[in-house]
Design a protein around this ligand. Sequence first.
Ligand code: NDP
Ligand code: MG
Length: 390
Amino acid sequence: MSNSAPKRLAILGATGSIGTQTLDIVRRHPELFSVAVLSAGSRVEDLIKYAEMFRPRLAVIARPELEGRLREALAPLGIATASGPQALCEAASADDVDMVVTATVGYSGLEPTVCAIKAGKEIALANKETLVVAGEYIRSLLDSCPQAKIYPVDSEHSAVAQCLVGENPDNVRRLIITASGGPFRTWPVEKIATATAADALLHPNWNMGAKITVDSATMLNKAFELIEAHYLFDIPADRITAVVHPQSIVHSMVEFNDGAIKAQLGVPDMRLPIAYALGRCSRLQGCSEPLTLERLSELTFEKPDELKFPCLGFARLSLERRGTTACTVNGANEVAVAAFLKGRIPFGKIYPAIAHAVEHATFVGRPGFDDYVASNAESRRLAEEFISKA
Ligand code: NDP
Ligand code: MG
């Protein structure tokens, strides 16, 4: 990267898994990055701690009732505070922000990302739900705001982006998105149905936030990543496949027309793809441990088992039906995962709760922003209705 002034970041979701790893990269590269905005959902004491360390201009907490505590702690340091979704949008489009890191979880990432695109910002996109919920809308918004640019943070999509460097897009035959298979890959179906939150949260390779860890266990995360890949790289859905690779060393691959396959390998450490996005697809020094090939056991690849993990099927359904389908899947999943984590439903009821919402939801074929808002609210209501009867 150049000798210019440090890039000013707005880190939305700074207290989470991606957020704190982003802060770790900022800490290692103060010559490249500074923090203009930090935000959190409800963990106000963590937000205060990071604001004290990184001294942003503004700290935003999603829950308005917590802003008083934030102000009390940060006003003496000259750090402004704000709360609520509107404040997040203003922060994502502020003049003193060069790049927005969208590391909030779930549907909450959509609106600030839309604001960031409209303001022509660079975006390091971790919040895949943005593209799942509203992929077509986001693509057309990007077309009308050419200054805005999305750099993927998700490790698989970062791997694909790295494989595509220097290649003619016309030569791409297919994208191969790898999946760890999650903690239940080798479990029998009957046992998976009764798995507890503690079981689902024990991911074999990655240490992530609770929601995406459960999504990895249902493999809905992989379905979401196929949708995300379609909208990020503009490749038809039938040329994007998933393969289970339990070691999480090959982060994804691209196959070309001549039969060559390029892959990106590395230890499972999100700091590498985060840094690659922050550096606008350039390489920063020392972001993760090097991969010692000699110490690796064999790398294995297998077909995903859609009978065991029916949530995988939501990728095909969403990309065939399009419109608000994936928005419905996402909203219902958020409610079902929250209910599962609270012990209200067993693991085996997550898929039926989503399927119930998809079956009964209003379908809008060419949605605008307000249709996504309505579809999200409806699917949450439908999933809740299913769960309360379960
Ligand atoms: P975490 O749950 O660890 O962190 C989520 C962050 O979002 C926290 O800062 C949280 O604040 C904040 N937040 C929660 N709800 C809201 C809300 N309603 N409004 C504003 N902020 C909110 O999640 P992860 O870091 O694991 O994941 C973040 C995103 O990145 C997800 O979309 C995920 O799919 C994606 N991703 C994550 C990977 C990972 O390795 N973790 C890998 C690839 C993608 P608080 O702490 O106060 O609750
Ligand atoms: Mg991923």
